[in-house]
Ligand binder design. Sequence first.
Ligand SMILES: Nc1ncnc2c1ncn2[C@@H]1O[C@H](COP(=O)(O)OP(=O)(O)OP(=O)(O)O)[C@@H](O)[C@H]1O
Ligand SMILES: O=P(O)(O)OC[C@H]1O[C@H](OP(=O)(O)OP(=O)(O)O)[C@H](O)[C@@H]1O
Length: 217
Amino acid sequence: MNNVLTIAMPKGRIFEEAAELLREAGYKLPPELDDSRKLILDIPEENLRFFLAKPMDVSTYVEHGVADAGIAGKDVLLEEERDVYEVLDLQISSCYLAVAGLPDHPMSDVAPRIATKYPNIASSYFREQGEQVEIIKLNGSIELAPMIGLADRIVDIVSTGRTLKENGLIEYEQICDVTSRLIVNPVSYRMKDLQIDELAERLSKAVSSRQGGKTVG
Ligand SMILES: Nc1ncnc2c1ncn2[C@@H]1O[C@H](COP(=O)(O)OP(=O)(O)OP(=O)(O)O)[C@@H](O)[C@H]1O
Ligand SMILES: O=P(O)(O)OC[C@H]1O[C@H](OP(=O)(O)OP(=O)(O)O)[C@H](O)[C@@H]1O
């Protein structure tokens, strides 16, 4: 395949929403794509190659230039601070980052413990609040930490609020909104400008038509 554009796609919840958006943008993605176990998927008719990656790793592939573009949550971009261009807010996988914990549980005075998948975001958030905290990095089921006495607070994603509610936790502060973004490798942006512009433009039209025609950027 000549001039193939490689796109790192996150496996899991973003994948479905991203594939739907690409289809709305007119890309003919075969139905097999949705439940394939393959990690590299070629779509020769569209000159596209997809890498199926862990959501946290997408920006790594794009920064290293093995993928020209990728789709990543704003949470991952804030946490990883990779050298990539963020070119479009796709308005999918919408959620927010928040500080949560047990109700009526004040933070310890001395180095309160914060459990999170996002150690960099959590550290800078509490630093900006002027609080010295101890960060405990976990990889999932973050809500367990305050329930079993591992942490005073968590910094985690909230979407419907169901996980917090069903585990008896409350939200203390909201940190920032999160949606998925189209990201691009800076060198690819120069070398494959026409293809990348076309991808961004088609996706942007699909996003704005979902919003009743409003322009998005
Ligand atoms: N509950 C949610 N609702 C909506 N979007 C979410 C939710 N949780 C996470 N996201 C967004 O989706 C992205 C991927 O989340 P996902 O849970 O699929 O990844 P992960 O936890 O890294 O993967 P895995 O569960 O395979 O370890 C996150 O980076 C975030 O942007
Ligand atoms: O507000 P809600 O709609 O309940 O969604 C929030 C939950 O979703 C994510 O977890 P995920 O399902 O990815 O599981 P894990 O991070 O614990 O693996 C996030 O870490 C929260 O636990």
